[in-house]
Ligand binder design. Sequence first.
Ligand code: FAD
Length: 366
Amino acid sequence: MRQEFDVVVVGAGVNGLATAWWLIKRGVKKVAVVERFAVGHDRGSSHGASRITRSAYADPLYVALMKVAHASAWPALEADAGAQLIHKRDGCFFGNPAGMFGDYLAAIEGADVDVERLDAAEGRRRFPMFRFPGAVEVLHDRTAGLVAAHDTMHALHGLVRAGATVLEGVTVRAIDPVTRVLDTDRGSIRGETLIITAGAWAGALLPHLNERLAPILQTVTYLDIPGDPRAFPVWAWRGDTVDDFYYGLPEFQRAGLKAAHHLVDGRRDDPDAPRGEPETVRVLEFMSTHLSSAPRAVIATERCLYTCTDDEDFILDTVAPGVVVGAGFSGHGFKFAPLTGQILAELALEGKSSVAAFEQSRARFR
Ligand SMILES: Cc1cc2nc3c(=O)[nH]c(=O)nc-3n(C[C@H](O)[C@H](O)[C@H](O)COP(=O)(O)OP(=O)(O)OC[C@H]3O[C@@H](n4cnc5c(N)ncnc54)[C@H](O)[C@@H]3O)c2cc1C
């Protein structure tokens, strides 16, 4: 027998859950979330203890969107969840001002966010754990912090379970965008409206997007370092090539300083069988050059998938009448989730969003 809902959300990563939370907040009665694994699984993009949030971005549009996310979307989720999900930490973002880091410096000019530009000497005074070698400048981002990612997933799951039907262990095999019927391995489901937030698998469900969405396996390293790993800022180094990008977070809810290479080298991985070795050598090399005291050992590694678009812009769009897509979060989507959830829910219900920064730049998200 076919199950019928007002809105069906495909995929219960952070984006699908945040979208369903908004749909429930907006009073939609029959919402279903369909997830092929168990909510909180570690085969997609939304698992793990922590993510970075920040205002420092290479693009004024994302600076503007983060302003809304920090001011209203995260506080709304924390209030509904009754839990602290953002843990403020200093942000330290650095690079060569004559290279790609110059875009970060330009994007915060006049943006009215609490981000301060420092020379390397002042950077070393405020962040003595880094060496800042060569011609480096620093952005001290006081809006930055840790997103408690696991806690966020747990909170959203609780909110969504209370107001929607969550169908776990159900794989959507195909979508008919005209009838809005989903063919699943447990029978068919129809939504008056569909919202596809299927992460690295979105291209498999929406073939016209497949070319534009590149799943790429990432590995994260947890390091034993001299000193207190909790005292670190959240940080990122932006070098002069697309691939020269490293980031890290202080210790949070599990042992070790988290550090990783942002791997975007044009490859496409199969999200069902991603292959790749942990980039520990590369990360250790970077950390040994840039930290005041070199790391002692690797404690653990973790795998996670990016789904990248060419320009790292998200896709937030209505792709057919009654079919909305949120995809291509390109390794930077978690910090936006309560806001992108609102945008996707509003696109589904009203065809437009109340988030002005999004509406003014809608073409970027098509
Ligand atoms: C190593 C790493 C570090 C990151 N660091 C940061 C950071 O510091 N800050 C930040 O903001 N962002 C960061 N991100 C990015 C962020 O985590 C992602 O953008 C975000 O989690 C994407 O969530 P999603 O819901 O779109 O995808 P997912 O979490 O992958 O969710 C998609 C879901 O859809 C389900 N699904 C797929 N196909 C089907 C189907 N056919 N039927 C049923 N269900 C289906 C999947 O099982 C999955 O659960 C990082 C990502 C990685 C990998």
